[in-house]
Design a protein around this ligand. Structure first.
Ligand code: SF4
Ligand code: SF4
Length: 223
């Protein structure tokens, strides 16, 4: 999932300092799971902004809405009526959601309440960690299901480097050496011979298509 974190409330307030009425748009997707932009966070942020503005003697009116997914046009259509009479929209979605709102509501000031961090998952309750760098050319079949691009600090494809010490990465004793993890897993699977195959440099053109990447579902006919 996409992991995001809420920005400092002072920074969010500053972005809508000229507005008298704002729509706070949450998203029920990934940002709900990482407790950054779901229903609760949307209501709490709305209340905090109202209090802040009241104390400044410049009250702010807020409306809230949580879309099933802000990265899907069919779910943001429902906001059309709400957006009409606000001065600005604060999106509590990832950067994709913010851009979708900005594209749909062309005459509105749309701002991000979150910082979109990475693609990852929970490693323990309330802690998320990056797991995929979206390289577009997955090599997990060669590395025992452990991503060398993200989990190795140097994104080495033929590791480990000379800094690996006692299973830890040279950047910190708190960071596991990805290549130690890869070695241990391949050994346990009886596939160490696979690590003898030199991995050629990655084709990074797959991480960029000369612009935003596209994925087209097989059954979709492009007109
Ligand atoms: S190899 Fe690329 S696609 Fe596969 S997990 Fe790593 S970054 Fe993601
Ligand atoms: S010590 Fe391991 S994880 Fe750190 S940079 Fe070297 S190979 Fe990568």
């Amino acid at each position: 999932m996409i992991v995001a974190q809420q920005k400092n409330i002072k920074d969010i307030a500053e972005m809508v300092a000229d507005a008298q009425k704002v729509l706070l748009a949450g998203c029920a997707g990934c940002v709900t799971v990482c407790l950054a932009g779901g229903e609760k966070e949307t209501e709490v942020l709305a209340a905090a902004l109202r209090i802040m503005r009241k104390l400044q003697g410049n009250p702010l009116e807020t409306v809230t809405y949580v879309a099933t997914r802000q990265c899907d046009p069919e779910y943001i259509e429902a906001m059309d009526g709400l957006v009409k009479d606000v001065d600005a929209v604060i999106s509590l979605a990832c950067g994709v959601g913010v851009q979708y709102l900005a594209e749909r509501f062309k005459d509105k000031w749309v701002v991000p309440a979150l910082d979109t961090k990475f693609v990852g998952g929970a490693v323990k309750h309330g802690v998320w960690e990056e797991r995929c760098g979206l390289c577009g050319d997955c090599v997990l079949h060669r590395t025992g299901g452990i991503c060398p691009i993200i989990r190795c600090s140097k994104s080495i494809l033929n590791g480990p480097c000379g800094g690996s010490q006692n299973g830890k990465c040279e950047i910190s004793k708190d960071v596991d050496c990805a290549w130690q993890l890869i070695y241990d897993r391949m050994k346990a699977l009886g596939k160490l011979d696979k690590l003898m195959e030199i991995q050629m440099p990655k084709d990074w053109s797959k991480a960029r298509d000369g612009g935003p990447r596209r994925a087209i579902r097989e059954d979709v006919i492009i007109g």
